[in-house]
Design a protein around this ligand. Structure first.
Ligand SMILES: NC(=O)c1ccc[n+]([C@@H]2O[C@H](COP(=O)([O-])OP(=O)(O)OC[C@H]3O[C@@H](n4cnc5c(N)ncnc54)[C@H](O)[C@@H]3O)[C@@H](O)[C@H]2O)c1
Length: 352
């Protein structure tokens, strides 16, 4: 008969998904783990992606960038090559439209080929757009109606934001899971990390940015489900959810004005992203980055908050059973791998 847990800790699945404890953003972290890592960044030519690239390159990482802004991407790579602390560091830029599967495959293959370590250690799914300009604002603008033709439909929505921010991120994540797994398994262990970028628009509704909000909620959904399973492949998944930050992404200064001038800072996003990237013990965690706020008079201003921290602290029966099965399957796979290894060592060698 199936037994289920009882007591205060009932249905707590955090151990089953190998989730790390809450992130203490007041604690220092060690950046030395970045040296020698090969990190692939989509949308890395500008904004957060470019800031990550600059910062992580200074700490000795190899950086592979894919973007549609070729000029900015190539200039950035030239800058990284000129300022890198080590001449053995590799920097690569390649045109990659994340909505194209072929472009993304080519980016991952190029990253793998140029990586001095022969592998990819981390992937940042950073490319993103908002509803403005060429992408169109599809759901909120009242359309002019032809009074003589009530049946006339509007043109289909372009859904370009969903294509970049969701399909593009799904492609990146799928390829990341595939290529990260090819990193040497334990004991020659290397990090396998996927860093997703959602937004506060993935936590609350952002009026006027309906498609963007939908796309960022979708990235949050991707993260919340995937963090429960990716550990079985030895991959850790974390997420950043910034508030408004002044980068080329924001269509107008009006957004910042409406936010009362409150905004996050690129340096805080870089700091939060570096913590998740460098601290290999952080698994399945999401950080929201905003303007500095004091929660209590005597406390320091806080710019980073952990969000969706308790998803797996109390789960329902389907999730519980699914994770149990995954744990059992993982355990069996581990034993099969061990037996295969022992067979290889003792039997195959003896018969040679
Ligand atoms: N800036 C903010 O206020 C803010 C807040 C929350 C979340 N974000 C998210 O952070 C991420 C980075 O944004 P940012 O603020 O650095 O903006 P940004 O515009 O500076 O950077 C986005 C990058 O993505 C690239 N890109 C756009 N379409 C692409 C495509 N089809 N294929 C490949 N690359 C493409 C752009 O060329 C650009 O280099 C985005 O996912 C964005 O939604 C930004």
């Amino acid at each position: 008969m199936a037994t289920f847990p009882t007591g205060d800790d009932a249905w707590n699945a955090m151990d089953m998904i190998n989730q790390s404890p809450p992130v203490d953003c007041t604690k220092p972290y060690d950046t030395s783990t970045l040296a020698g890592k090969t990190i692939l960044i989509t949308g890395g030519a500008s904004g957060f992606g470019a800031a990550f690239a600059r910062h992580w390159a200074l700490h000795g990482a190899h950086i592979m960038i894919g973007d549609v802004n070729d000029r900015a991407g190539e200039e950035l790579v030239a800058e990284l090559r000129a300022s890198a602390p080590s001449s053995t560091q590799v920097f690569h830029y390649q045109h990659c439209d994340v909505t194209s599967w072929a472009d993304q495959v080519a980016l991952f293959q190029a990253a793998l080929t140029s990586s001095p370590t022969g592998g990819i250690d981390a992937v940042v799914a950073g490319a993103g757009i908002v509803e403005n300009g060429s992408s169109g604002r599809v759901f909120d603008t009242p359309r002019s109606l032809d009074p003589d033709n009530k049946l006339q439909p509007p043109p289909p929505p372009p859904l370009k934001v969903l294509a970049v921010n969701l399909t593009g991120v799904m492609y990146t994540t799928h390829l990341a899971l595939h290529y990260l797994k090819q990193n040497a398994p334990p004991p020659g262990r290397r990090d396998r990390h996927i860093l997703l970028i959602s937004s506060v628009a993935g936590v609350m509704g952002l009026p006027g940015q309906t498609e963007y909000t939908a796309s960022k909620h979708a990235v949050m959904g991707l993260f919340r489900a995937m963090r429960a399973t990716a550990w079985a492949e030895g991959v850790r998944v974390n997420l950043l959810a910034p508030y408004f930050v002044d980068t080329p992404l924001l269509p107008t200064a009006g957004m910042l004005l409406l936010a009362g001038g409150a905004k996050g800072e690129v340096r805080d996003v870089v700091d939060a992203g570096t913590r998740l990237m460098a601290d290999e013990g952080v698994r399945g965690r999401a950080l929201c980055i905003g303007p500095g706020l004091k929660m209590e008079e005597e406390r320091e201003e806080q710019v980073v908050w952990e969000i969706y921290a308790h998803d797996y602290a109390r789960v329902e029966v389907f999730v519980w059973r699914y994770l149990k099965l995954l744990n059992v399957a993982h355990g069996v796979r581990g034993w099969v791998g061990l037996v295969k290894d022992l067979w290889g060592v003792f039997v195959t060698r003896r018969t040679r």
